[in-house]
Design a protein around this ligand. Sequence first.
Ligand code: FMN
Length: 328
Amino acid sequence: MISTSFTRLVGVEAPVVSAPIAMSPELVAAVSNAGGLGMLQGTWLTPDGIREAVQSTQALTDRPFGINLVIDERRDEQLAAVLAAGVKVVSFFWGDPEPYLDRVRAAGALAILTVGSAAEARRAAALGVDAVVAQGWEAGGHVWGGVATLPLVPAVKAAVGDMPVLAAGGIADGRGLAAVLALGADAAWVGTRFLASEEAPIADVYERRVVSASEEDTVYGTMFDIGWPRAPHRVLGNSTTNEWQAAGEPMPGSRPGEGDIIATAPGGVDVPRYSFFPPMAGLAGDLEAMALYAGQSVGIVGSVEPAGAIVRHMVQEAEAVLQRLAPG
Ligand SMILES: Cc1cc2nc3c(=O)[nH]c(=O)nc-3n(C[C@H](O)[C@H](O)[C@H](O)COP(=O)(O)O)c2cc1C
């Protein structure tokens, strides 16, 4: 196993974190049970939903796991539920974590912030955040900054010194893990690879696209803006992005098929075209046309594996690469 300042800080064996790609206790527990750190998605849950998700995860693992909150708007009630449930790692994305940090600290939990530049990392360090995620532009899902992983990680590491840095964006196997460790990262934060895990509760059509897509097949922009406006993201090109591009990439209000209801979520909730909602398992309708979040690393994802096996293979392969490259 590869020990780093991050694995020691959170008390895990492997420097691999599964990004909060879905609301799935099974995925999170599988990653944590394999020695990594699973990360729950808490943003779109009610406080009761958070309590249930944390309890379900605790029933499946006694290892550490974390929870992520997107702080584009205030998440005070969710944070209170997270801390009351005893979660010890809280990750913040898409905003200023300062209003929340005292509460995280008072609960004895660790705070992680996703950054897109060295300047932001420096500010996070000054605020007393415990670790930063340096998210490169090639990442899947919502993309905070505009710098690619290869130049971003060394810049962030230089800015924060001893604070653990997690590299996100483009890492899907042990070669990628070894690469970001070489850049100075203390762990990899991996999203797209875990979409093709047996535990990820995504629709079949989404999973098939993730497994078969090439590194050229993603689109970066603000297309899927209903529910989360003005927030750049990376998705697989699909019928919605193709038709929008063919129409000359018109502004919201005059896009092809705007206003169409293309799918229905459990509970009968309508999903309009251009919604930010991805096709999770259990939805019905034209799921291919929804937001198929994925990063450029999708090109090296070729099979669906159990999440625990993904963690173990990533670490074994990184160890082998590092050994092969070691002098002597
Ligand atoms: C389907 C999906 C959903 C995501 N949702 C979130 C989220 O809720 N919060 C967050 O901090 N990051 C989210 N991300 C971004 C990831 O945290 C991470 O930065 C990204 O997946 C890393 O790049 P990779 O996909 O190349 O591994 C999401 C990514 C994907 C693919």
